[in-house]
Design a protein around this ligand. Structure first.
Ligand code: P70
Length: 468
């Protein structure tokens, strides 16, 4: 392979103190397990999985300090000291004034959507995210994708594929009027686009345009430290900045953020909403009581908030972020070297395989990316996630499938959990599935839930003589 030849390698800035055994079940057992799961990797039991790349959400390894923090939980109903530690961490690292804790990201999405979207309003953003868009729709809003076109092309190597196309945003403002735009929904390292970053220059230009029209910008900060790494690596003038410095500057150009702390913050549960406007804060802090819990715990135990506050400080450590992103890139580069089609450049949290290109013989309504996730599980017990037509769901107006340009299978890497040897095993399995790609025929959906169907949908294999 020679990956290491002629370079000085990075390594993880930690050593392993505790291990959790994992085991690969036999091919026959995997066959039975995936059939029982309706060919949906969300419905597998984790004991049936060998290397679990379903998600990087809530699956990270906590540090010894975070575990020590768990012992410092102040489990008072009101005014837990851990909440004030969390509030202080958000204020000092992200720079926002007011903080509302939530049990996880979608709890915060719910609050911001209900607080600032009125029925009939529009929410432009840099590509949809499943839960985010659903909360925006449930609040009566319509999401409008204003990401640059490059984001929809897997082989396009634009360094900031998460950028907003300001002309598209201007066209929307001209069409519907600024007062019908609830806010710009801006995500750092855009998940559905393959973990692609937004540049600081793009954000500054966006801020200027929004200021001209009195439009607010709220940030999905879920994987923002990875976005900061790409700015540090790729954007002129930021090479000597720390991740923490870039994060603070980025957030200072926005009006608030929601956060799934289950990603960047290295905890198994938690989230928050933070804003600079007192009126939005007042409403969100009042509503959190209805849906999450009192405004000083928001669905988290005191110990969860302590681990989270410590995780925030760890998450901006430069060596940590570098090794995290480089591990993802290591896996991606192996696959690129072997000719496997994937979303380029490799993003911050996951490698996204291009199922459309891998299976040109499977039409999109036979679910190529779901098929790829099934084949990968059967080959090696590696669990991945569909990010294509199943995830995109149906258009609420027409009831038809939405046909997204990207039909991807995501290999999300949990933080501080797997080693380079695990990455090698995963890459070899993807290669084996790729080499055998012509034998895959696709799936049909036999059960379709109303909301976020990808989580619970069931499928059957296409039989060539019956289904054509
Ligand atoms: C994932 C997870 C969660 C998420 C996110 C962004 C950019 C908000 C959230 C919600 C879990 C997931 C969620 C929906 C579909 C599949 C998987 N992403 N914004 O694996 O946060 O999960 O804490 O409520 O990525 O990507 P939370």
């Amino acid at each position: 392979m020679g990956q290491q030849l002629g370079r000085r390698s990075w390594a993880e800035p930690w050593k392993i103190k505790m291990v959790e055994p994992i085991h690969m079940i036999s091919r026959e057992e995997r066959q039975k397990a995936i059939e029982k799961a309706g060919f949906n990797t969300f419905l597998l039991r984790s004991e049936e999985v060998y290397i679990d790349l379903l998600t990087d959400s809530g699956t990270s390894a906590m540090s010894d300090r975070q575990w020590a923090g768990i012992m410092l939980g102040d489990e008072s109903y009101a005014g837990s000291r851990n909440f004030y530690h969390l509030e202080e961490a958000v204020q000092s690292y992200y720079g926002y004034k007011y903080v509302v804790p939530t049990h996880q990201g979608r709890g915060a999405e719910h609050l911001i959507s209900q607080a600032v979207i009125k029925p009939g309003m529009f929410v432009p953003g840099n590509m949809y995210f499943t839960t985010t868009r659903l909360h925006q729709e449930l609040a009566g809003g319509t999401f409008v994708d204003v990401i640059i076109d490059d984001a929809h092309e897997p082989s396009n190597t634009h360094p900031f594929k998460g950028n907003i196309d300001l002309d598209k945003l201007q066209a929307l403002i001209d069409k519907v009027g600024a007062d019908r735009i609830a806010y710009v929904s801006l995500a750092g390292t855009v998940n559905m686009a393959g973990g692609q970053p937004v540049s600081m220059a793009n954000l500054r230009a966006l801020r200027e345009l929004c200021d001209k029209h009195g439009i607010r910008i709220y940030l999905d900060a879920t994987r923002m430290v990875e976005n900061c790494f790409f700015i540090q690596e790729r954007e002129d003038g930021y090479a000597d900045y720390s991740i923490a410095g870039i994060l603070k500057e980025f957030c200072s150009n926005t009006d608030g953020a929601w956060m799934s702390s289950k990603k960047d913050h290295l905890v198994n549960i938690g989230g928050w909403l933070a804003v600079n406007q007192e009126d939005v804060f007042d409403l969100a802090r009042n509503m959190v009581i209805i849906y999450e819990g009192l405004h000083t715990y928001g669905g988290m135990a005191g110990r969860d908030m302590e681990a989270l506050a410590i995780g925030i400080a760890e998450s901006v450590n430069d060596e940590h972020v570098r090794s995290r992103v480089e591990q993802v890139r290591y896996l991606g580069q192996l696959l690129i070297d072997w000719g496997v089609p994937l979303m380029c450049p490799v993003g911050g949290h996951a490698v996204f395989l291009d199922a459309k290109q891998m299976y040109p013989h499977i039409p999109q309504n036979k679910f190529p990316a779901q098929t790829l996730a099934v084949e990968l599980y059967l080959d090696s017990g590696v669990r991945s996630m569909e990010r294509g037509i199943v995830s995109a769901g149906r258009d609420p107006d027409t009831g038809d499938h939405r046909y997204p340009a990207l039909e991807l299978t995501r290999l999300a890497i949990p933080r501080r959990v797997y080693t380079q040897a695990h990455m090698d095993v995963v890459a070899e399995s993807v290669k084996a599935v790729f080499d055998n790609r012509e034998s895959s025929l696709g799936l049909k959906m036999v059960r379709e839930p109303q909301y976020l169907r990808f989580f619970q949908a069931r499928f059957e294999r296409i039989q060539p003589d019956v289904d054509g």
